[in-house]
Design a protein around this ligand. Structure first.
Ligand SMILES: Cc1cc2nc3c(=O)[nH]c(=O)nc-3n(C[C@H](O)[C@H](O)[C@H](O)COP(=O)(O)OP(=O)(O)OC[C@H]3O[C@@H](n4cnc5c(N)ncnc54)[C@H](O)[C@@H]3O)c2cc1C
Length: 474
């Protein structure tokens, strides 16, 4: 397994293809450091006794101990460990741990490459296993680039005015393929080792060239990662762990990128594209049943603490709102556990979480996210929005007065009151807060997508039969 120092050293040696604000930057650019610090946690905690059992697994290929973020789930326990690990690490990072999508993509590919070979007599599964072996040995970190830019949402890939609005194969050669297109919203792509590309939807025969899955090094020739980074407002003296962390994402442009065959895992098998898209979504939504409860943990912890600092910790409406937050966090988490308990083994041997539970859990999280922000804002009062600058708290003239007048609960020091309100301000009145809200709705698939998946996969006929029986209908 790698150390975080080795991970960061590798990033430093990569080709410059990360664009930020009109510049092409190195991967140790200060705007990317808050994100690399988050990923570093997934290496640093491997030897921590609190995390070791969760963060490591035994490779089903080699029997060697590997990072769980490189593991193919072999049992319901594996799925539950990934979920618990995700919740714990997201609590520590105060947000997204960012390494889940790589393992989610690998698991989906392990299933679908096998099924594709069965249906088409292809050799994708062995190819995938060879890639996986390298992935596990190198302890890689990957972004999964699934979401195409998609153009007109009402049109299928081949119907778009510009055929490149979904990523597609434009050339096939003896040694590989050439792809063109763009993928949007790619979390942590600027500090990933690899980009794993998957189709984003069901495909028909005319969409054949769009039914493509592959992996490329994140600095491969022809790939432009146009990035933005989201960090908290920088602090001078009032340092805090959460303030040092952040995330960057990428609008990833594949400007005629060559992919050797050994890295291609689907090429034209349009009948399998939809299942691959849906299966990645299922694994990723299962990850969400770990990360979203962690987001709520932080929101509800802040709500409870600020109520206590404000002297209203025991007020009935505060308890009521905290109870609501608990039900969201724990029901979403319970859906993930249920999805693992009810999981099934695919023909490849990979454990697949239950689709209904992962979609119901992710949906419940997605529709509640703004409500959680509203609750924290309501209980905290207006100060997170109008909190004076840190420099004014340090100013010899007004600083002592600010410390005097920020006081609420006399048992809590002025510095601690100030610290909590600055954290809440970073959480809900900042660029990071805005991104977290939209990420909570759309990341892993918008709530409408979960509803579509639920209706498609739910056995509604069984419910109709039940009612016919009860009604005595023949
Ligand atoms: C912070 C963040 C991080 C993300 N990270 C990643 C990542 O790392 N990798 C990745 O692949 N993706 C990632 N995503 C993408 C995420 O999965 C998508 O945002 C989500 O699937 C919605 O797609 P979209 O943004 O293109 O919105 P759209 O598809 O445009 O959806 C907007 C709305 O349009 C409507 N709509 C869309 N299509 C149709 C249709 N055909 N018919 C009717 N209505 C329709 C729906 O109501 C939907 O809610 C991330 C997103 C966010 C916000």
């Amino acid at each position: 397994m790698r150390t975080s120092a080795e991970y960061l050293a590798r990033l430093k040696g990569m080709r410059k293809n990360v664009h930020i604000g009109g510049e092409v930057v190195e991967r140790d650019d200060p705007r990317l450091v808050p994100g690399t610090k988050v990923i570093s946690m997934t290496f640093d905690y491997v030897d921590d006794p609190r995390f070791k059992d969760l963060l490591t697994a035994s490779s089903h290929l080699t029997g060697q101990t590997i990072n769980r973020f490189c593991h193919i789930h072999q049992s319901p326990e594996d799925l539950m460990k990934k979920q618990e690990l995700t919740r714990l690490l997201c609590q520590r990072s105060g947000g997204c741990i960012q390494r889940c999508m790589g393992v989610d993509a690998l698991n989906a590919l392990s299933v679908v490459t096998f099924l594709t070979d069965m249906a088409h007599g292809t050799e994708y599964h062995q190819r995938f296993l060879d890639y996986l072996r390298k992935y596990q040995q190198n302890d890689w970190v990957a972004n999964c680039a699934q979401t195409d830019v998609k153009g007109d949402r009402s049109k299928r890939p081949h119907e778009q005015a510009d055929p490149d609005l979904y990523l597609r194969v434009i050339e096939r050669h003896q040694d590989g393929i050439v792809v063109r297109g763009a993928k949007a919203h790619n979390t942590m792509a600027p500090y990933a080792d690899e980009i794993i590309v998957l189709p984003t939807r069901f495909m028909g025969e005319k969409d054949k060239d769009y039914a493509v899955a592959f992996a490329v090094p994140a600095d491969t020739e022809g790939l432009h990662l146009v990035c933005r980074s989201t960090t908290s407002r920088p602090r001078k003296k009032l340092k805090a762990p959460a303030n040092e962390l952040g995330v960057a994402d990428s609008f990833s442009i594949f400007d005629d990128v060559f992919v050797p065959w050994e890295r291609v895992f689907m090429c034209g098998e349009y009948d399998q594209a939809g299942y691959l898209a849906g299966l990645f979504a299922a694994y990723h939504r299962h990850s969400y049943t770990g990360c979203k409860p962690a987001t709520t943990d932080v929101m509800m912890g802040a709500t409870a603490l600020v109520a206590e600092y404000n002297g209203i910790g025991k007020a009935p409406h505060v308890r009521d709102k905290l109870a609501e937050m608990i039900t969201v966090a724990e029901l979403v988490y319970a859906a993930g556990i249920a999805a693992a308990v009810k999981s099934q083994k695919a023909p490849s041997g990979t454990q697949v979480p239950d689709f209904v539970f992962v979609n119901a859990g992710r949906y419940h999280a997605g529709v509640n996210i703004y409500h959680e922000f509203e609750t924290l804002a309501e209980i905290a009062g207006g100060l997170p929005a109008t909190l004076p600058y840190e420099e004014d708290f340090l100013d010899p003239a007004v600083g002592p007065l600010l410390h005097k007048y920020i006081m609420r609960n006399p048992a809590v020091s002025a510095e601690d009151q100030h610290r909590l309100f600055r954290l809440i301000s970073d959480m809900i009145v900042s660029a990071a807060g805005g991104v977290a809200q939209v990420a909570g709705v759309h990341g892993g698939g918008s709530p409408i997508m979960e509803k579509i998946a639920l209706v498609l996969q739910y056995d509604m006929d069984a419910k109709k039969r039940l009612v016919k029986e009860l009604a005595g209908i023949g």
